[in-house]
Design a protein around this ligand. Structure first.
Ligand code: UT7
Length: 332
């Protein structure tokens, strides 16, 4: 009998309507469109402006679209994994909230927090359930409202992040498509360089933590940059080599969208051309766990069955990883 693999059989995305431009940011902090474009490569990002709307709302929107376009009923889903660092609440999990909003009642659902690598980690976990025959239809959704933890007085972080969500459907297949290989890694020493100081159990919210602006993203950009380039490239190249993927037979690299310069450095180490790389950082910024599915969503019409694709990511933790898959269907 042929091996059962998990294959992505549909993808959908959702971004908020409001566009926060570099020009608007330049009126909030001492920065410029020129600096942001040169150092990061972001022109604009989407932001949830309405009060009382959390990341589950755009996550649910992406999942709703996913089920509609794949002709899937909510009751057919047996697993939903949500990757996020900005859940609606500390608990319960965003996965539970999204499942409730969609009417997914025959599934178990939970969250994965692996920073910007969350989607890849979640995809890997869901794939195992599918490969084992425990799940027939699994949804993996990355959903973030990064604007809820961005300090719009801090020019070193506020240009980087945006809000968004993307979701994929995973199903078993015995064809030569789907997820073939992956490398996932983490190193907790990285936590000093990228974290949120307060709001967890070490430093619960207090007047002092709010006054000290400790409920926002803290990032030492240069340290994160160096780790991101080297670790993301290492695993992407390793996954390439051990699956006999060459620059000639690779269709697409789907990299985490954190910084245009990081993406270019990784592509260079892989020896591939810019035309082989999915890049939408200029319009969405870094949407953390949503960057990979948002890329797949946008590129879906151009994807062909059998395309060799490598996903690569790096994020808070530090966490990083790369996955090799063969696309399972022709995009419409
Ligand atoms: O997704 C999770 C993983 N995160 C990442 O991968 C992010 C990795 N890091 C980066 O992308 C980059 O390090 C940043 C985009 C965060 C910063 O770029 P950089 O080229 O590393 O800049 P820098 O931190 O070395 O700062 C250079 C200068 C500094 O001024 P001085 O000290 O040289 O006078 C900063 O104060 O640029 C200044 N600066 C800015 N200037 C204008 C920092 N932010 C801004 C800004 N506008 N927004």
């Amino acid at each position: 009998m042929n091996k059962i693999r998990a294959a992505i059989t549909g993808v959908a995305g959702a971004v908020p309507d409001y566009i926060l431009t570099n020009d608007e940011l330049s009126r909030m902090v001492d920065t410029s469109d020129e600096w942001i474009m040169t150092r990061i490569g972001i022109k604009e990002r989407r932001i949830i402006r309405e009060s009382g709307v959390g990341s589950s709302e755009i996550g649910a929107k992406a999942v709703r679209e996913l089920l509609a376009k794949t002709g899937t009923k909510p009751e057919e889903i047996d697993l939903l994994v949500c990757a996020t660092v900005t859940p609606d609440m500390q608990f319960p999990a965003n996965g539970n909230v999204i499942s409730d909003k969609i009417g997914i009642r025959n599934a178990f659902s939970f969250d994965i927090n692996a920073g910007c690598s969350g989607f890849l980690y979640a995809l890997s976990i869901a794939a195992r359930y599918v490969e084992l025959g425990k799940c027939k239809k699994a949804v993996v959704v990355g959903a973030e409202k990064m604007s809820s933890i961005v300090d719009y007085q801090d020019r070193t972080t506020c240009p980087i992040f945006g809000d968004g969500a993307g979701a994929v459907l995973l199903e078993p297949t015995t064809e030569e498509v789907g997820i073939f290989d992956e490398i996932l890694q983490s190193d907790g020493v990285g936590r000093v360089h990228l974290h949120q100081k307060a709001g967890g159990s070490v430093k619960p919210a207090s007047h002092e933590t709010v006054d000290a602006r400790e409920h926002y993203i803290y990032q030492e950009g240069q340290a994160v940059f160096k780790w991101a380039v080297s670790k993301m490239a290492d695993v992407a190249v390793e996954v390439m080599q051990r699956n006999n993927i060459t620059p000639e037979n690779l269709a697409w690299l789907v990299p985490h969208q954190a910084n245009m310069r990081i993406i270019e450095a990784v592509a260079k180490r892989m020896g591939i051309s810019p035309e082989q790389v999915m890049i939408n950082i200029q319009k969405y910024g870094n949407t953390t766990a949503a960057t990979l599915p948002l890329c797949l969503w946008e590129w879906e019409p151009r994807l062909k069955k059998g395309d060799n694709i490598i996903l690569a990511t790096f994020g808070a933790g530090f966490t990083w990883g790369a996955m090799y898959l063969k696309w399972a269907y022709d995009g419409k």
